[in-house]
Design a protein around this ligand. Structure first.
Ligand code: HAS
Ligand code: HEM
Ligand code: CU
Length: 582
């Protein structure tokens, strides 16, 4: 059969399953590796929450974890790099390939998996043998083993490999459809990868020029401030490398999934283009308290940071309106009736909408962080981990869980183990993180430091120093325990669905707009997940097609932002020897 949708090619529906099988298998491998990393990371997280609540579980764990900081490194690295990178490098190839109806370069995609997987193993080795408790920021002069930095290098290199795959996909598609704008999901994925390619430069230079030679014994010293600055060149935009894939799902899939439509395709494109431009130059807002660069730049950084919030504000309104549209179609009335009318019983939808709700607070906190004066109050306190557990730890992580809920059945052909348990996992995660993050933010305002093994203090000292923050710290611990339950519920569903033999019998529902008619998706509940491939060739969308130009402009803006910051550092070299303090 062939369908002809205005603005898309007539294509045949439903390619034979065996053609797509390798893509599905590879996507599943990315998903399983990523979520396995999160499983280990999320088991450790609550121990850290208990630490702040005054409970020191570490002596009991001694053979496995020798210190709080070893656990914290494993938690941060597995969750923030391995989990997110694998899910993202899977999704951002799989979805565009299906949207365009073209096969991606499987060699490159598998190469991406293999490179990052090898890197993961090296990192695990370095972290579990307690040689590299350098935390997720691996700031020198803390010195880990060479396995750590080499593994990290491979992970970063691997994570860049989807870029050539996407460029090739888009070029092949453009060759067949000259003059048309890139379909939305492909556009969003490619913009994300272009952003990440520019972003990755900082960490790669740090690793290749400074840390690898140093850890291998080829050099004796390292310049910490240069390393920190290179790190944050990557370390700020990385937060959008975590967020943009979640946005791909919110913009590209969710509005269909809830029975409505995305209200504006050009706004989605604009958001991604702005994120590409603004993510890069603001990294040093993580260094407001570092010495050595001019106050004028700190002020400019504040202004630029407020600019990077703009595309997310656009997202709030565009996605909010799309939710409202669907809610009203479903019969919701009044001020908030549309919200309650959303398909809340669908775990995939519930997870993602709950993720959005927490992100409102995550974004607000980010604006506080980005304001130079206010940053002085919250920097290096528990406020900051409070902020990022409702951004990457929920807006991204819970969205990825929501995606897994429809994608697992789609990839394996087998039913989700239990929709009710999946729903419970989403609500528990949302509740746990909300309580946890409230406590962390609040404790931060009392000056409770982040990255501190406070439960090691004698009880009387802990009480004397942190007594004022007592209630806040109890919330942290309680939130952590709820998150343990959430983790158990989620992995019961995740692993159970991989193991089940129950087939997903619901018929695949073909529908015109999903992947331009090529694909049919069935959610566990029989609801289709559609990619909105309608191509409003608006002026804005056409202007935003010039991705090469936008990328070049971003590169220039980044250089302009960093030259004045690096200049004094490069003229006052610091040579530090390595420290092993754990
Ligand atoms: Fe951040 C520190 C500033 C966003 C992650 N951030 C961190 C760290 C991490 C992180 C991991 O300027 C700590 C790193 C470390 O270990 O030291 N952040 C910002 C700003 C934003 C921001 C301005 N951060 C994120 C995102 C992250 C993330 C996203 C991960 C995914 N952050 C900072 C700063 C620091 C920082 C400083 C350094 C702090 C320090 O001193 O160390 C903005 O991008 C936020 C914009 C977001 C919004 C929210 C829009 C809301 C939406 C939801 C809509 C809801 C709907 C539902 C539709 C403006 C899109 C509607 C339904 C209804 C019923 C209403
Ligand atoms: C740090 C708890 C899930 C990423 C922390 C800290 C706590 C915590 C209390 C602060 C430790 C400190 O500053 O001393 C939890 C709990 C989780 C969870 C209870 C739920 C199971 C996640 C997720 C992510 C994540 C899903 C990301 C996807 C991080 C990162 C750090 C961190 C990057 C910073 C590590 C560092 O300072 O080097 N976590 N977390 N966490 N968490 Fe989580
Ligand atoms: Cu940042």
């Amino acid at each position: 059969t062939a369908t002809a949708i205005p603005g898309t090619l007539p294509v045949s529906v439903a390619a034979p399953a065996d053609v797509l099988a390798p893509q599905r298998r590879t996507m599943l491998a990315f998903l399983v590796w990523g979520f396995s990393a999160l499983m280990i990371g999320a088991m450790i997280g609550p121990l850290q929450a208990l630490n702040y609540g005054g409970v020191n579980a570490y002596p009991a764990l001694t053979p496995i974890l020798k210190s709080y900081y070893q656990g914290l490194t494993i938690h941060g690295v597995l969750n923030a790099y391995i989990f997110t990178f694998f899910v993202t490098c899977g999704l951002l190839v799989y979805l565009p390939a299906r949207e365009l109806g073209l096969a991606p370069s499987m060699a490159l995609w598998r190469g991406c998996f293999a490179t990052m997987a090898l890197g993961t193993l090296m990192l695990l080795l370095a972290m579990f043998d307690n040689s590299s408790s350098v935390l997720w920021t691996f700031y020198p002069p803390l010195k880990g083993s060479a396995w750590f930095y080499l593994g990290m290098t491979l992970v970063v290199l691997g994570s860049l490999m989807p870029l050539p795959i996407l460029l090739d996909l888009r070029a092949r598609w453009k060759a067949r459809r000259p003059g048309e704008v890139t379909p939305l999901v492909t556009y969003m994925s490619l913009t994300t990868m272009l952003m990440w390619a520019l972003a990755g430069g900082g960490a790669l230079i740090e690793l290749v020029v400074q840390l690898n030679p140093w850890a291998l014994g080829l050099t004796d010293t390292v310049d910490p401030i240069v390393a920190r600055t290179l790190f944050w060149w990557t370390g700020h935009p990385i937060v959008y490398f975590w967020l943009m894939p979640a946005y791909v799902s919110w913009y590209g899939l969710l509005s269909k999934q809830i029975g409505g439509k995305l209200v504006s395709d050009p706004m989605a494109r604009l958001t991604f283009a702005l994120l590409l431009v603004f993510s890069l130059p603001v990294g040093s807002h993580h260094q407001f308290t570092d010495p050595g660069f001019s106050p004028v730049w700190r002020g400019i950084l504040t202004a630029l940071t407020l600019s990077v919030a703009l595309p997310s504000l656009v997202t709030a309104f565009t996605i909010g309106l799309s939710l409202e549209y669907a809610g009203r179609l479903r019969g919701g009335r009044g001020w908030l009736g549309w919200f309650t009318a959303l398909p809340w019983r669908d775990p995939s939808v519930a997870a993602q909408v709950l993720a959005m709700l927490t992100f409102i607070f995550g974004g607000a906190g980010g604006i506080v962080n980005g304001s130079w004066e206010l940053n002085n109050i919250v920097h290096n306190t528990t406020w900051v981990p409070g902020h990022f557990h409702i951004t990457v730890g929920t807006a991204s992580a819970l969205t990825f869980m929501g995606v897994a809920f429809w994608m697992l059945p789609h990839l394996t052909g087998r039913a989700l183990l239990s929709r009710r348990l999946a729903l419970a996992a989403a609500w528990l995660w949302f509740t746990g993180m909300s309580v946890f993050a409230l406590g962390m933010h609040w404790a931060g305002l009392f000056g409770v430091p982040r990255r501190a093994w406070v439960s090691m203090l004698p009880r009387s000292v802990y009480d004397r120093v942190y007594g004022d923050a007592h209630l806040a710290l109890i919330l942290v611990a309680v939130g952590g325990c709820i998150l343990w339950l959430a983790t158990i519920a989620f992995y019961t569903v995740f692993l159970g669905s991989l193991g089940t033999r129950r087939l997903d019998r619901r018929p695949a529902i073909p529908f015109a707009q999903a992947f331009g008619g090529r694909e049919s998706y069935a959610l566990d509940g029989g609801e289709p997940v559609g990619i909105v491939a309608h191509q409003e060739a608006s002026k804005l969308a056409r202007a935003l097609e010039h991705l090469g130009l936008i990328t070049a402009f971003t590169a220039l803006a980044t250089a302009a932002a960093y030259v004045p910051i690096f200049w004094p550092f490069l003229r006052n070299v610091t040579a530090a020897r390595g420290w092993v303090v754990w």
